[in-house]
Ligand binder design. Structure first.
Ligand SMILES: *[C@@H]1O[C@H](CO)[C@@H](O)[C@H](O)[C@H]1NC(C)=O
Ligand SMILES: *[C@@H]1O[C@H](CO)[C@@H](O)[C@H](O)[C@H]1NC(C)=O
Length: 526
């Protein structure tokens, strides 16, 4: 065969043409969907059929609009309005919190919010597993794999009930509990920091103590607050005694949305794949008007500013503090914001409803990115090598920015105590102190220099699971051990007992000998 033909055949094999397998999707809303969508589009491009299980209260997708995916709408008695109100409530809950509250308090508050979310999740889950007609339809479709975002449970339950393998894709769970406890991902607390502690991989004695307590607290909340009632629910639905964690632990592959440009080096398992930045692409040209505005900045360049898709408006006071800071800079600023126009808005700042964030971050005139620290935006900044000013608000955002600050590519500003000068200083630091730009470029090089692109790796593993009906050869035997077996506590206890027995016997023997010697010596003296 000629080289060319071989190449074409290889290409066909790689693209999986003609295989046309069926993928069922259990998505999570908002930014989580935006990331997953890239994987789904790639699956469709490779000839697979993608069906998304979409609750009728899902906000970011409208199933009636044309789409490359098919939708199975789960009718639930929650309206989109109720859902978005709940999201806003959750957002303001975190938004108005003092950032310096102790970890136990923040964990408790987050647990409260998740309990409410649990009720909603249960309603949605009921809408699938207790809807016989829908389940029958799904069974008849004979899906090859289910791709789930485990932000909230249920995806794995649907997969188990349908008897198909499933793959997870997400950034992390609170305290890494799902990965650690259910996925048996090793996390030595001496150098793998847990979430919400703002710790890095270099810890002092007291920080390591804090980290261990952080893990313990997360485990407690996981076992006794968040997931308790799910065990019973899962057992009922599957008709055999099981737990949520056992079911989650059956995930064939875990696609984690970070990479070693972002993560601190840590141990991981062969069924964990780090695919952060899979949505990043080279910048496309900007709309004409926007390009003109960017070009008008001249040598000073532009700053991109967004606090994410969930921040619709700020208080007047805050928006004026921010606008005033921006107005003092020589750069032009593009601010994505839907709230009221601040009075102190400078002539160098323009407000947009929406911005092509990736294209702007990839523009040669872009000097800095002001971000809330969501993973999607962070990765676009890493990809294009743009230094950041982080204003974290909630969820994983603090944690994300701790990584970026530790890697020297970002400066963090506290949203609640922020003054105009703080923001000006932070921006001047990342723009005029060249170490931030250099570090951002270093991360960018790590992101670009990979043997296989993250999106291709993600899709490869999903296709692998479809071809082989799972990836059981990657599954560690840790899943079959109890916690004391896992830590070898039973073996240690046995060894300790043996040692103690031997020491005791030796001690007794010595004592005996000594006494006998003593007696002989005494007799000799006499
Ligand atoms: C969740 O649902 C249960 C039972 O329906 C109810 O008693 C509880 O108040 C709900 N909790 C929240 C936080 O909405
Ligand atoms: C630039 O920032 C680095 C890291 O924070 C710091 O060590 C260095 O002193 C700064 N350089 C200048 C010129 O301020």
């Amino acid at each position: 065969m000629a080289g060319k033909e071989v190449a074409v055949l290889l290409l066909l094999a790689v693209l999986g043409c003609g295989s046309g397998e069926k993928v069922l999707v259990w998505p999570a809303d908002n930014s989580h969907w935006l990331n997953m969508e890239h994987i789904l589009q790639e699956l469709v491009a490779r000839g697979h059929e993608v069906t998304v299980l979409l609750p009728s209260c899902f906000l970011i997708v409208n199933p009636t609009q044309p789409s490359p995916f098919q939708f199975e709408v789960i009718e639930v008695p929650i309206t989109k309005k109720e859902m978005s109100d709940f999201m806003d409530k959750m957002f303001y809950f975190f938004f108005n919190e003092d950032r310096k509250i102790p970890i136990w308090k923040s964990t408790y508050k987050i647990a409260q919010m998740v309990l409410q979310m649990k009720n909603i999740t249960k309603i949605i889950c009921d809408g699938v597993v207790k809807n016989e007609a829908l389940m029958e339809r799904l069974r008849a479709s004979a899906f090859n794999v289910l791709l789930a975002d485990p932000l909230f449970p249920s995806g794995e339950l649907v997969a188990e009930k349908l008897g198909i393998p499933f793959v997870y894709t997400f950034r992390f769970s609170m305290g890494n509990t799902v990965e650690r406890i259910c996925g048996t991902l090793p996390a030595p607390p001496s150098y793998v920091p847990t979430t919400l502690t703002s710790l890095t991989d270099r810890m002092t004695f007291w920080q390591r103590l804090k980290n261990i307590l952080g893990y313990a607290l997360h485990d407690f909340v996981f076992h006794y607050v968040l997931w308790t009632s799910w065990d019973q629910y899962y057992s009922e639905v599957l008709g055999r005694p099981t737990t949520l964690c056992e079911t989650m632990g059956k995930a064939e592959i875990w696609l984690i949305r970070t990479y070693w440009d972002f993560e601190f080096p840590r141990p991981f398992l062969p069924n964990f794949e780090f695919v952060g930045g899979l949505h990043c692409q080279p910048a496309k040209p900007l709309p004409k008007e926007m390009e003109e505005f960017v070009q008008s900045s001249g040598e000073h360049g532009v700053i991109i500013f967004t606090l994410g898709s969930m921040v619709h408006s700020l208080s007047d006071e805050k928006s004026n503090v921010i606008a005033k800071a921006l107005s003092q800079l020589p750069q032009k600023v593009l601010w994505r914001y839907k709230g009221k126009k601040p009075e102190t808005l400078g002539s160098n700042t323009r407000i947009f409803d929406w911005i092509p964030q990736n294209d702007l971050l990839g523009h040669p005139l872009t000097k800095a990115f002001i971000t809330h620290g969501g993973t999607n935006g962070l990765y676009e900044a890493i990809y294009h090598g743009i230094p950041m000013v982080g204003i974290p608000m909630f969820a994983d955002q603090h944690d994300n920015l701790v990584h970026m600050v530790a890697k020297g590519a970002a400066v963090q500003v506290d949203f609640n105590t922020m003054k105009t000068q703080d923001l000006v200083d932070a921006l001047n630091t990342v723009i005029y102190n060249s170490t931030y730009k250099e570090n951002a470029l270093k991360l960018s090089k790590i992101q670009h220099d990979q043997p296989v692109k993250p999106l291709d790796r993600a899709v490869f593993w999903i296709e692998f699971v479809m071809r082989h009906k799972g990836a059981k050869h990657l599954r560690p035997a840790a899943h079959h051990l109890t916690w004391y077996q896992y830590h070898s506590l039973d073996v240690l206890a046995f060894l300790f007992t043996c040692t103690a027995t031997i020491v005791f016997i030796l001690f007794k023997c010595c004592l005996c000998c000594c006494r006998r010697c003593g007696r002989i010596a005494k007799r000799k003296k006499e």
